[in-house]
Design a protein around this ligand. Structure first.
Ligand code: G1P
Length: 205
């Protein structure tokens, strides 16, 4: 199902050379305009405008690229792109450095990149000259690091709850939370969960 006015164009990344390379594969269909990247294993849930809609507004008003960020536990920094920023105001702060999956000792902060980006088309030129980085992959993070030297890139604390559906437990949590919030499924979901917990002896039957 597509909303009116939306056209879907599919581009295949023939070889798994990294996220940066995957984004570069979309260059011919995007051309010379700002664009968004969504990593769908990061699910963000908000009752108001979605995280990307919030970010598009920030990008437009600030004339900048915008990256969603969230604080993570220090022991988790090596699973994410990590940013250093200037002071935050109105949920945004200018990124001064970004590094892909650093060891905790090398991390510039505990502010992690979440999978939503609004990027300037200049990133495509920079991706073309980005060499393999962390994990031997062409990293979007490394091209963003080069972009920082030329254009403003903002970290943005979005309104909403993020679920890391790249982990089993994150996917389960997202499913449960969405079911509980669902207009027609919530009641049945609650009943099912109560029964399951009672069967386990976690709550009284
Ligand atoms: C990718 C990015 C990383 C970012 C993460 C968010 O990593 O390379 O910078 O923090 O998504 O989910 P991946 O999860 O593909 O390893």
């Amino acid at each position: 199902m597509l909303p009116p006015g939306v056209r879907a164009i599919f581009v295949t990344q023939a070889e798994a050379l990294g996220l940066g390379h995957a984004v570069l594969c979309a260059k011919p269909v995007i051309g010379d305009e700002p664009f968004a990247v969504i990593l769908p294993d990061d699910l963000i849930w908000n009752r108001g405008p979605g995280a990307l809609a919030q970010m598009a507004e920030v990008a437009e008003s600030g004339g900048a690229s915008v990256i969603a960020t969230q604080a993570v536990a220090p022991e988790q920094v090596s699973s994410y792109g990590i940013v250093a920023t200037g002071e935050f105001s109105d949920r945004r702060g200018r990124i001064t450095a970004i590094v892909e999956k650093p060891a905790p000792a090398d991390a510039p902060s505990n502010l992690a990149v979440v999978g939503r980006y609004v990027l300037s088309p200049r990133i495509f030129d920079l991706l073309e000259s980005t060499r393999p980085g962390a994990g031997g992959e062409i990293q979007l993070t490394d091209a963003i690091s080069a972009l920082l030297a030329e254009e403003p890139v903002l970290a943005y604390h979005f309104h909403g709850t993020r679920f890391d559906c790249g982990t089993h437990i994150g996917l389960i949590e997202a499913t449960i939370r969405h079911a509980l919030d669902h207009e027609t499924l919530s009641e049945a979901a609650q009943g099912f969960m109560r029964d399951a917990l009672a069967e386990l002896g976690v709550v009284d039957a």
